[in-house]
Design a protein around this ligand. Sequence first.
Ligand code: IMP
Length: 427
Amino acid sequence: MPAVVLVGAQWGDEGKGKATDLLGGEVDYVVRYQGGNNAGHTVVIGDQKYALHLLPTGVLSPEVVPVIGNGVVIDPGVLLAEIDGLLERGISCDRLLISANAHLIMPHHKALDKVTERYLGKARIGTTGRGIGPAYGDKIARMGVRVQDLLDPGILGQKIDVALNEKNQVLTKVYNRRGIDPAKVLEEYLGYAERLKPHIADTSLILNQALDEGKVVLLEGGQGNLLDIDHGTYPFVTSSSPTSGGACIGSGIPPTRLTRVIGILKAYTTRVGSGPFPTELTDEMGDWLRTTGGEYGVTTGRNRRCGWFDAIIARYATRVNGVTDFFLTKLDVLSGLERIPVCVAYDVDGERHEEIPMTQTGFHHAKPIYEEFPGWEEDITEAKSFEDLPKNAQDYVRTLEELSGARISAIGVGPGRDQTLSLRPLI
Ligand code: IMP
């Protein structure tokens, strides 16, 4: 009964889609457990490229049941557009299961996300503007609308009225925006209900029964460790828990059933949006990493901020998530560099730190202390095994493994499905 969690070990965009897709053949269920359409997974199959935001990557493998867990916030219009987009390309989403307990992103969430960011000015978080934070805010404040409410038009109408009673006051009186008409929202969401109904299920029950039967469940997080609402670089984080603990809460699978935690780790570091990033490169080297690595957001198209590998962050991910294996991605991007710096500690106001500083101020002051490792000239995109890598690339991988505190079990050497070196089975 393997239940395997995939978590981003940095600030998201580590290449989780590739890892999930790689495991597709061995997996029966792929579950998204938090986040919403702020995420973006790119999967390349042959000459086809798929960008998924809300649908679990498992949707691309016909033998896998894709599941949207209770911890996700769902924009139903976006979900249906994504389903239709795949259908046009010959991929059916009929098997999709959606938790009845997942929350819905409502029009007022999107309106508030945009307007509150604008009011924050320089202190803005740089959200994706998809309504994620306000939707989770309402969930915690116990005034959210859930997927199961789509099954009861009376309740749905009541919940929309209650929410807009308050939110329209905020939109009009605090932010000077137009209010939202509850009747229009009800009509729109009842339209979504018709199409989503066949997918709504008690997914915690189904997943636990599947584990009882010996099926393999892959739990797929969006974003990454440092965007976690509790363990990330608060307040520059997302509003949910991408960490492995969140996988249990967001799916209804208990911690005692998790068998492995796979951390997805990019061979360098990237971040989108505001917030501290000690190894960020703001010079031509950063531009080079961005262009060579194709570091542009799948969801917003924004330039990703780029920097060297940060071992403190990787070790932190191992600690907080209980990482058992790392999948190291995008090693090929570093080919051609003479020397590769790796951050092994921080200087925080004159003091050496080998762990993440305790306070936000400490992290903002952290300056990277680098050790340099020799690079390699060779193109490694055709490598088929670890032994095919040049010696310096092998040494770089071994160094990252040692510094990160968990074994590296797979290595990505290109975007294609077949450009992965397997060191040991991941399930
Ligand atoms: P939100 O999730 O839209 O509220 O955005 C909060 C922060 O998380 C911002 O810095 C976003 O850029 C970042 N973020 C959200 N989703 C992703 C993702 O999938 N990859 C990378 N950054 C993300």
